[in-house]
Design a protein around this ligand. Sequence first.
Ligand code: DGJ
Length: 697
Amino acid sequence: MTITASQNAWILETRNTTYALGLDEAGLLVHRYWGERLALHDIPPPPPMRGWASFSNGAHHAPEEYPAYGGMSFNEPCVKATFADGTRTLDLRFVGAAVHGDELRLTLRDAVYALTVTLVYRVYAAEDIVTRHVVLHNAGAAAITMERAFSAVWHLPHGDGYRLSHLAGRWYDEMNYQQETLTAGVKVLESRRLTSSHTHQPWFAVDRGDADETRGAVWFGALAWSGNWKLTAEVTDYQTTRIGIGLNDWDWAWQLAPGETFTTPVALAGYTSDGMGAASRLLHRWARAHVVPRADEPRRVLYNSWEATFFSVNETQQMALATRAAAIGVELFVMDDGWFKGRVDDKAGLGDWTPDSVKFPRGLAPLIAHVEGLGMRFGLWIEPEMVNPNSDLYRAHPDWVLHFPPRPRSTGRHQLILNLARPDVQDHLIGVFDKLLSENRIGFIKWDMNRAPSEPGWPDAPREPREVWTRYVYGVYRVWDTLRARHRDVIWQTCSGGGGRTDYGILARAEQAWISDNTHADARLRIQDGCSRVYPAITMEAWVTDASEDRFPLAFRFHVSMCGALGIGANLLRWGESEMGAAAALIAQYKAVRPIIHLGECYRLDVAAAEGQYGMQYVSGDESESVVFLFRLHGAERIPPLRVRLMGLTPDRLYTLTNTTTGAALGPHTGAYWMRVGVEVALPAIGSAMLRLRVVS
Ligand code: DGJ
């Protein structure tokens, strides 16, 4: 049983954790415990209502599970509303609970107004994860304006001095791992970019400042949402620490009409006492088991034309690239930007999704037939949410873009954003891409989104125009969901100028993600390290390109990209026969270990990243096979071998180790040996190695 309910207390148990909440003496729904699994009789009671002074009363200190703006509490609220008569505070009281299997629903209702707030908890016992979302319902006769509606607040065990780990960056430099001690006040991470953004990831990990990859208590979580979001990491004035997460309330409001409900995105969180690495693996397992589509099918090796040909695509040249790609073992050929009407550069074409008649006078059919004749599937790049002012679509529907009528419409990359909050825009896109997918044998779609919003206006909005931030994202989801349902064979990739829309909202609809436009091997190692903290390798598309070819050998660049879903983005028409041969051999090696990388467990090895060394290890679910990638980015000429202790093996089974790069074989040794003694690998100052381990008994 994962949920125990008794006497106004609810205990959520996963394999290794306990999450407990209940009503306190004042009837408030409060948090009681979250951490390593505890016997039911050891779970602490709700904290007593303690107040010290008129400025510091009991309500302010209560660790409410879903604090509302109102009363004598001054911490970050989860929910804020204005009622039709002008009342701007809430007074939520518990009214009932229901347990159905792994789901707990707790309903609160305002003491005066007919607003109900249902907190929905779901327990994923095997992955030590609990998810939460909230359903708001207006059962009254007047509209209610919601001004904040977070998905959750997560309370940490009493105390301050916690350390927050998060991922921050920018376009071309996403997902840099950050760690900082939380001090009094509120640290905010957020997106105001309409997508989840390159700037911050909707993810957190919190520890007591002592956790490393393998040890220490870590509380972690994420928000499954592809639009504006906000995380508030708050250290209160009395040394308690909590993480609020949900839709961003910046420039946001939602009109809840009589009878309507509003459902927030899902927030998820977990706990482990085994460090940051275990936290990542729990997230990966949860995502593969419950979120990412087709997570049991290793991803195809793909080719993408972008860095090779940019906008100058045409039939002959793409066919030639496809021929070269097939020769080295590519399984999916993707033509990127530039294929549609008028798309000679980034100044025109977005919106007009028919093949350009100059570049593809016979349409896409001959290219697709050529690609399929080579044994590959065909994929295509699209950017449905955008329109160039120089396009037939914009000339026909200038009112369809986000804008404020009196203001100039700022372009970004010469493009405007279609307002996907509008059902007619959604219907138009569904029609256009349904036709494209129906008329052409397309097995893969790369969905891109290449600018941040400027004038986020919705002039003829039938309701509160600030709903646009949320309705837009639900519009994107509706288009994806409809097209996915109509074209079940198609694999989808999320992209927003690289990693601008990588999150668990879109990854419920996308098999894989393009996490950065930066394909330099050294930058990529850092970005991929950040990515691995949240997302499983199977979702992380990674291309070998010609970028950084002057600094990193081909095998190095391949090894970097093999740590995810391998792709090739180089100009194969320039590659000589030796590069083609080497690439073919590396792709064959990758295919042999691909199930371990995509379906297994991932370990970040302790090899001193600060000194430019990275090590990633993947272990099959049954621990019988493993593959290790080691990298050295710089160093002195006469440099000692890299010594690394492996992870995740069965201690008493015997494994052989082969260095695929040099051919050297070691062992057999027990898993315990490889994990405690480790292995020495000679690497040059700039070099990489791939090691394979196989169980012999
Ligand atoms: C941005 C993407 O991240 C690139 O991979 C490429 O598809 C370009 N857009 C095309 O315009």
